[in-house]
Design a protein around this ligand. Structure first.
Ligand code: NAD
Ligand code: DAO
Ligand code: ZN
Ligand code: ZN
Length: 366
């Protein structure tokens, strides 16, 4: 079949809209009509050329929702509503069976090379293959995806909202609930109040955190973050030493901190502003290729913990349908975070809005 898609031809260049050839699903695969997709910072990271795994030409996008058109797995059928998962859940590999991680590895090798599990791409143009991206490629109206990389969701959930659960919402809320398991009454600091950080804030509010301190250099982020539960705002440009300031605000340091920018200097501050003896700092942001983190080892000797979280620690097929339920039950606010709705032809405007800090999430509807 043929499908419309935004193609990234080269690092640093705008996407172009093309009609691509799409080969049908093989065993274990599913054809999905994507109805809506968010644009995440990580798409821009790859498009910029800073992503060491970035491949071109490719169909980017990893935050989608849609409908199954054809299925070659027994647990999905045409008409099912689904969210594609860049972190699949096979329930059979060593990683899935460990119950210690959500990083299923069953298709990792080919997914990282922009290919389907048999080692080829389903997308092509004039006979030349176009790479998949993160196993999802949601900037295409139709995609072929391994069945283990689809979460089946309830049919009444609106695609243009729950697509955001495909990355940003789950990454932020999940880091609080699944990775850190923040307890009621804890003091929490969030570095970066964008599409991920605001979801960390709403996760912290959801579990009954005490102080929820937001740190951002963009003062326009304060109002939105307060609506989502932030109790204190810190603009690093207005305080002398961010670490000392937070330690003072929290009577000795935060119980938990989350880095949601991808800046290694902030990662250090996020660790060092946590409480001696038990503070835990969770890295969510993806730093540029080759970047390294550092701190004095004594920070760890004295009981602070440095950790990371991918896709919020969520097991996609199990947890994503629950997160959709939380949204439908009014426990999560997604609507206010979707600041812009675009057509596929306007997708480059969505990238520009994000780069200028004017959007939280832009959603493209097909
Ligand atoms: P975003 O651009 O929407 O938000 C980033 C925020 O950081 C902005 O509000 C910006 O003003 C702020 N910021 C920038 N520099 C700052 C500084 N020096 N001090 C304080 N604040 C600063 O990005 P996003 O979509 O929220 O993504 C955030 C990060 O999370 C990115 O690195 C992205 O690649 C990563 N990410 C990780 C995962 C994961 O599973 N670990 C998933 C999705 C995204
Ligand atoms: O299993 O080795 C692996 C790779 C897991 C990829 C997890 C990606 C999370 C961070 C990238 C940001 C995603 C939008
Ligand atoms: Zn993302
Ligand atoms: Zn697995």
């Amino acid at each position: 079949m043929q499908t419309r898609a935004a193609v990234a031809w080269k690092a640093g260049q705008p996407l172009t809209i093309e009609t691509l050839d799409l080969e049908g699903p093989r065993d274990g695969e599913v054809l999905v009509e994507v109805k809506a997709t968010g644009i995440c910072h990580t798409d821009d990271f790859t498009l910029s050329g800073a992503d060491p795994e970035g491949l071109f030409p490719a169909v980017l996008g990893h935050e989608g929702a849609g409908v199954v058109l054809e299925s070659k797995v027994p647990w999905l059928k045409p008409g099912d509503h689904v969210i594609p998962l860049y972190t699949p859940e096979c329930r059979e590999c060593k990683f899935c069976l460990s119950r210690k991680t959500n990083l299923c590895q069953s298709i990792r090798a080919t997914q990282g090379k922009g290919l389907m599990p048999n080692g080829t791409s389903r997308f092509s143009l004039n006979g030349e293959p176009i790479f998949h991206y993160m196993g999802t490629s949601t900037f295409s109206n139709h995609i072929v995806v391994p069945g283990i990389a689809l979460a089946k969701i309830r049919p009444d959930a609106p695609f243009d909202k729950v697509c955001y659960i495909g990355c940003g919402v789950t990454t932020g809320v999940g880091a609080v609930l699944f990775t850190a398991k923040v307890e009621a009454g804890a003091n929490v600091v969030v570095f970066g109040l964008g599409g991920i950080g605001l979801n960390v804030i709403q996760g912290a509010k959801m579990v009954g955190a005490n102080k929820i301190i937001g740190v951002d250099i963009n003062p326009a982020r304060e109002e939105m973050a307060r609506r989502f539960g932030m109790t204190d705002f810190v603009n690093p440009k207005n305080v002398g030493n961010v670490v000392d300031h937070i330690v003072q605000l929290t009577d000795g340091g935060a119980d938990y901190s989350f880095e949601c920018v991808g800046n290694v200097q902030l990662m250090r501050q996020a660790l060092e502003c946590t409480h001696k003896g038990w503070g835990r700092s969770i890295i969510i942001g993806v730093a540029p290729a080759g970047a390294e983190i550092s701190t004095r080892p004594f920070q760890l000797v004295t009981g602070r913990h440095w950790e990371g979280s991918a896709f919020g620690g969520a097991r996609g097929r199990t947890d994503v349908p629950k997160i959709v339920d939380w949204y439908m039950d009014g426990k999560l606010n997604i609507d206010e975070l979707i600041t812009h709705k675009l057509k596929l032809e306007q997708i480059n405007d969505g990238f520009e809005l994000m780069r200028r800090g004017e959007s939280i999430r832009s959603v493209v509807e097909f």
